[in-house]
Design a protein around this ligand. Structure first.
Ligand SMILES: Cc1cc2nc3c(=O)[nH]c(=O)nc-3n(C[C@H](O)[C@H](O)[C@H](O)COP(=O)(O)OP(=O)(O)OC[C@H]3O[C@@H](n4cnc5c(N)ncnc54)[C@H](O)[C@@H]3O)c2cc1C
Length: 399
């Protein structure tokens, strides 16, 4: 009997956890090494499109996920000041039949807990900061800050945008500051005036900013994220708290619903957004990358975590392919994933200038285009994202 392939995953984010589950389900030994002392997520939301929900379903996590998920009614684009609906399309009840799975909003901690309960505790090593990786003949070796080394058949760098695994493979190279910062927070639904923020995936477009709202935790909380053009602040940390007065001041001339939401937010976070140019390659020998370590992207399409989850599933499938050795499997994984993730990276970036256009002419043209496409195609529920949502990495031969 041949022994199970031993895979070390660096980073217990959503991508690393999803990969561990998919690998274990295929009979591999998968151990996660996380730098933090405990597995936590910030108090903010994350949306999973149908493409990622299909992965959660294939991993057998749909029922668990449904306990805390919230399915938005519609996708509604609004004018920042007047609240006028620029465009509205149905989501609830439509996406499952159109794309094979619904679209859900989650609190990050809830989604993380859903994934974490599917991984044996003994397979998650905390306080394990990876400092470097190397290929060494028939094994891959990860070094940690406490001086220990771990040998495995395969190492996966799921360690986010500042990936140490990526740096070991391809050298130091800073991610690109996008010129956009972000504030985000969650507000209990029951302290907001009833009906003020609809249970939709709301996108408020204004000059220099896109503000997104959606319900999470089964509708108990409203999540908001405000993306804003700013070139003078570059700190990127999941833990930096923002000043409510600064946000209130920035959004003072926005719609009262936006101001109410911000004013009712207890703790809000602020950080600068970075991305990278698509990489030319991700895999070297027995080591590869996954999620933000491979393809960090702006959040305009809400697909960073979705792509990480897709990656984990494809990686596990390729390693499980009979007759293919680990080195070739990682090459195959990269060849399957790189074109799709690069396209999403660039499409996300392109949304910045459209959503938060500053010139009144550009804004008028954008809103007119939204109206026209609904007139031309009134039965459609999505425009231009079908290639993202319709994709199913779990379907045989569909990659
Ligand atoms: C404002 C905003 C909104 C977003 N909204 C969405 C959304 O709605 N939908 C969506 O799909 N995506 C969204 N994203 C993107 C999404 O958050 C990321 O793409 C996703 O979290 C990446 O997951 P990951 O597992 O690759 O990396 P991360 O979540 O960054 O996890 C990396 C893990 O590795 C650990 N780590 C780092 N370095 C080391 C080391 N040296 N050794 C050991 N461990 C290490 C970290 O502690 C962390 O736990 C959003 C992003 C932002 C900024």
């Amino acid at each position: 009997m041949t022994r199970a392939l031993k895979v070390s995953i660096v980073g217990a984010g959503l991508g690393g956890l999803a990969a561990a589950i998919a690998l274990r389900q295929r009979g591999f030994e998968a151990k996660i090494f996380e730098q933090s002392g405990e597995i936590t997520e910030i108090g903010a939301g994350v949306q999973l499109g149908p493409n990622a929900m299909k992965v959660l379903m294939a991993l057998g996590l749909e029922q668990e996920a449904m306990k805390t998920a919230f399915e938005p009614e519609r996708h509604v684009v609004r004018n920042f000041k007047t609240g006028r609906v620029v465009a509205a399309t149905q989501m609830k009840g439509v996406y499952r039949s159109q794309f094979g799975a619904p679209y859900f909003g989650f609190h990050r901690a809830d989604l993380q807990a859903t994934l974490l309960q599917a991984v044996p505790q003994a397979d998650v090593v905390v306080n394990a900061k990876c400092t470097g990786v190397r290929n060494a003949g028939n094994v891959a070796v990860a070094s940690f800050a406490d001086g220990t080394e771990v040998e495995s058949d395969v190492i996966v760098g799921a360690d986010g945008i500042h990936s140490s695994v990526r740096e070991s493979l391809y050298g130091p190279e800073s991610p690109r500051f996008t010129g956009v910062i972000c504030w985000r927070g969650v507000v209990p639904t029951n302290i907001m005036p009833k009906g003020m923020v609809s249970p939709d995936m709301g996108a408020w477009f204004g000059p220099h900013s896109t503000l997104v709202t959606y319900y999470v935790r089964g509708g108990e909380l409203i999540n908001w994220a405000a993306l804003y053009d700013a070139h003078d602040w570059r700190e990127e940390s999941w833990k930096t708290e923002g000043k409510p007065e600064e946000v209130m001041q920035t959004y003072a001339d926005w719609h009262p619903a936006v101001n109410e939401l911000i004013s009712k937010t207890g703790r809000l976070y602020k950080w600068a957004l970075f991305d990278r140019e698509p990489l030319a390659q991700w895999s070297s020998g027995r080591i590869s990358l996954l999620g933000d370590s491979a393809h960090p992207m702006l959040p305009y399409l809400a697909q960073g975590a979705c792509m990480a989850v897709e990656d984990g599933y494809v990686l596990a499938d390729e390693l499980a392919r009979p007759g293919v050795d680990a080195v070739q499997a990682l090459k195959n994984y990269e060849a399957l994933r790189l074109p799709r993730t690069a396209r999403v990276q660039l499409a996300s970036r392109a949304r910045t200038r459209v959503n938060q256009a500053t010139s009144p002419i550009a804004r008028f043209g954008r809103d007119l285009a939204y109206s026209i496409r609904k007139i031309i195609n009134p039965a459609k529920h999505t425009y231009g994202v079908e290639w993202i949502y319709g994709h199913d990495v779990t379907a045989a031969g569909a990659r």
